[in-house]
Design a protein around this ligand. Structure first.
Ligand code: ADP
Ligand code: MG
Length: 343
């Protein structure tokens, strides 16, 4: 009898490590393979970055509350976000879709309308893809390409002790948006006559359904001559991303709870779900903000920039990654992002 290992024994990150452990590169141009937000290819006078992300019906989106146009927009935005996380500018995307016959031509037109809107917003060209059928539901896979000056590339691995930890925008809103959509779905399932109550929740719903990649932050950093020492986008939750930076940069981190940027609507709504706002910020996913570290000497420059918040600093490896509360209490940060194969 052959051995069989269940996917649930692995989890997403361990599975990726396992499957990619024997990869060997033969191209001299391959500068960075698996392990960052995008692969990095040496194109002589600049680096090219390549990344791919898949959205699967029932796993990443629920057709009962996801507008198709938003879904198309999001599928491009999440890939552009990974390009931005390398400090690169996106240039091209390809789009592959698998569709069941549950979808009409009109439905797919809406998906593409959203995709093209995003392509226009981020200045990228849609240059190809693949179309196939699926037995169950819709799958969208996007690959994005970008470019960056060699001296401006940022990896997850460059953070140094005493660097300042920064995050763009605000955190936790997408998670609250998802909770509201799930709550209204349950209510509707129990009584289809009740209309969903989504009023007053525009901000958090949009953050979940139609996130923006922070290409504007990449431009702002460039305009102000700031090259982060490390960077990652916040897709799985701030805590998980801090741990990625610490692992790849071999460092610890102190993040100050009171410094976490949290929108007032998130602070207000989190109580309805019996959650601390900071827990939404640390463990909620899908914010698609940028988490990065800068040298202390860049503090004055960053401090004047809107929508960039200094939330902590890099520490010695022995200190691990900790969330520091106002009274000085510290708790270690644990990854609690999405776990597709968890038990
Ligand atoms: P992100 O959240 O930034 O999209 P992931 O956590 O999905 O990154 O992936 C982490 C790294 O592992 C990336 O460098 C990605 O390219 C790589 N990766 C993920 N899945 C696979 C796979 N099946 N085969 C090869 N590389 C993979
Ligand atoms: Mg990423």
């Amino acid at each position: 009898m052959s051995d069989r290992t269940e996917l649930s024994d692995f989890g997403e990150f361990k599975l990726i490590d396992h499957l990619t452990q024997n990869i060997q590169h033969v191209q001299e141009s391959t500068t960075k393979g698996v392990g960052d937000d995008a692969a990095v290819i040496d194109r002589g006078d600049h680096f090219e970055v390549v990344t791919t992300d898949m959205l699967v019906e029932g796993i990443h989106f629920d057709m009962s509350y996801t507008p198709l146009k938003h879904l198309g927009y999001k599928s491009i935005a999440v890939n552009v976000s990974d390009v931005c996380a390398m400090n690169a500018t996106p240039t091209h995307v390809t789009v592959s879709i698998a569709i069941s016959n549950r979808f009409s031509v009109e439905a797919l037109e809406e998906v593409y309308e959203g995709m093209l809107l995003a392509c226009k917003a981020y200045g990228v060209d849609l240059v190809g893809g693949d179309t196939t059928s699926s037995l169950s539901g819709l799958v969208i896979n996007v690959t994005a390409i970008g470019s960056v000056a060699k001296e401006a590339i940022t990896y997850r691995s460059g953070a140094k002790e005493n660097d300042l930890i920064c995050v763009s925008g605000d955190l936790g809103a997408a998670y609250i948006g998802l909770q509201i959509l799930e709550r209204e779905k349950q209510i509707w399932k129990e009584n289809p006559d009740i209309q969903p109550d989504l009023e007053g929740h525009d901000y958090v719903l949009e953050r979940f359904l139609k996130p923006e990649a922070r290409l504007d932050i990449i431009k702002t950093l460039k305009e102000n001559s700031i090259v982060p020492t490390s960077m990652i986008d916040v897709s799985d939750g701030l805590g998980s991303e801090i741990l990625h930076i610490c692992k790849h940069s071999n460092c610890g981190a102190k993040v100050y709870e009171e410094k976490l940027p949290i929108d007032a609507t998130v602070a207000n709504q989190s109580a309805a779900f019996k959650l601390e706002p900071s827990v939404c910020a640390m463990n909620g996913g899908e914010d698609y903000e940028l988490l990065f570290t800068i040298k202390q000497e860049d503090f004055e420059k960053v401090n004047t920039l809107p929508e960039i918040h200094v939330i902590g600093h890099i520490a010695e490896p022995i200190e691990k990654a900790a969330l520091v509360y106002p009274r000085g209490e510290e708790i270690f940060i644990k990854a609690q992002g999405w776990s597709h194969f968890g038990k």
